[in-house]
Design a protein around this ligand. Sequence first.
Ligand SMILES: CCCCCc1ccc(-c2ccc(S(=O)(=O)CCO)cc2)cc1CCc1ccccn1
Length: 240
Amino acid sequence: KRRHKHSDELEKKIQNHLTDSMKPPGADGDIWELFAEEGEMKIYRKELVEDGLICDPLKAVHSIGNVTAREMCHYFWDTDVRMEWEGTIESFRVIEVPEEFTTIIYQTHRRVWPSAQRDCLYLSSMVKVDNPPSVGDKIPHDTWIVCNFSVDHPEANPVSGCVRALIEIALICQTFITPPKDGGPITRDCLQCDIIYVANVNPGGWAPASVLRSIYKREYPKFLRRFTAYVQDKTRKLDI
Ligand SMILES: CCCCCc1ccc(-c2ccc(S(=O)(=O)CCO)cc2)cc1CCc1ccccn1
């Protein structure tokens, strides 16, 4: 059961995301504010201040065609392509690979004046979910999750001057297949991928509420637009 130091914590977090994060916003009686909407993409936030720090939880739901849940999670998890879609990190290093689809990453984010620069040290794991809860009456073909959460590590060797931000993030993707009416083969056009992205970021130290909230308001929609477009582009049939 315990494959590495963080196995138990990882399992618990994945279970929590599958029960809590997969509920549509508002189902849990919580009041989510819809703050960005573009087509199928809807981004919700809550205002949360902990110890005087802005820790606004974020939840985004999206649905895109022509890709599978595994492709979405692979490109989100795979550090080989991280800098191709991530716009806010200045540098990152894979510190340790505890097991095949689990890495421990140290990354620094671009500094946002007047706040101090932030860094993150987190475990990132990609897992296929066996018995997913089905949302509504659609039956998913498969469900994948990437779970990123802050951990400690002796070899982080942090950049001096950085304030350590703490993150709890998950990308949960489900593939839905609509076979062609004429009984023909299943192609990419039969695929739909439903996406849930939840992010809880504690900035780790003081930053003006107005600065933080404007960063989140700008960066999350940009990230979801850019990342989903990136995966659709990487998986598109090669133009012959
Ligand atoms: C003064 C700035 C304080 C916040 C700095 C901060 C901290 C953490 C994060 C962040 C955001 C997404 C992830 S991830 O989804 O796991 C992907 C891998 O990188 C991990 C970390 C970002 C940012 C910078 C602000 C910001 C907010 C949203 C989106 C992008 N940038």
